[in-house]
Design a protein around this ligand. Structure first.
Ligand code: ZN
Length: 152
């Protein structure tokens, strides 16, 4: 059994935490089939199920038709201000028949500002985000966003 950690690093300014739903996290990950090495975002079938802390991904490789799965191990992780500037894990995946090769953040992130103000549907695909927190009167930003996949 091989597990992988999806990690994120970013510089946070007046941001308390960044959250992403498990299903969204899976949609933003690219996988490689370990039997034929095919890397594709266009799998034959792609199914995401599960709820709170128990999401599951079942995909069938377009090339070799093998079905593979990924399951979350452990609970939900957020990226918070204590992590700023360092890598921290968003999730750990138990992968069978596939492995994640890249995590490309997209939209639907939830950002909580230091004041507690919430920003829904934040798009992090540009690897940075700037906004204004009306509650505190401060600017809020996420910069130098990077991701990595770590084998554990
Ligand atoms: Zn395959």
């Amino acid at each position: 059994m091989v597990n992988f950690k999806i990690q994120l690093s970013a510089q946070l300014e007046n941001v308390q935490e960044i959250l992403v739903r498990h299903s969204r996290l899976l949609l933003a990950a690219q996988f490689r089939c370990t039997s034929c090495q095919e890397v594709t975002e266009n799998w034959d079938s792609y199914e995401i199920s599960g709820s709170r802390g128990e999401a599951n991904l079942v995909i069938r490789c377009k090339l070799c038709k093998r079905e593979s799965t990924a399951s979350f191990v452990g609970g939900y992780s957020v990226y918070n201000e204590e992590h700023s500037g360092q890598y921290a894990s968003l999730a750990e995946l138990d992968c069978r028949g596939l492995e994640p090769v890249e995590f490309k953040p997209r939209d639907h992130f939830l950002v909580v500002a230091s004041s507690g103000a919430r920003f829904e549907d934040v798009d992090l695909s540009e690897k940075e985000w700037f906004d204004y927190d009306e509650k505190s009167g401060d600017s809020v930003s996420i910069m130098e966003l990077e991701t990595q996949i770590k084998r554990v």
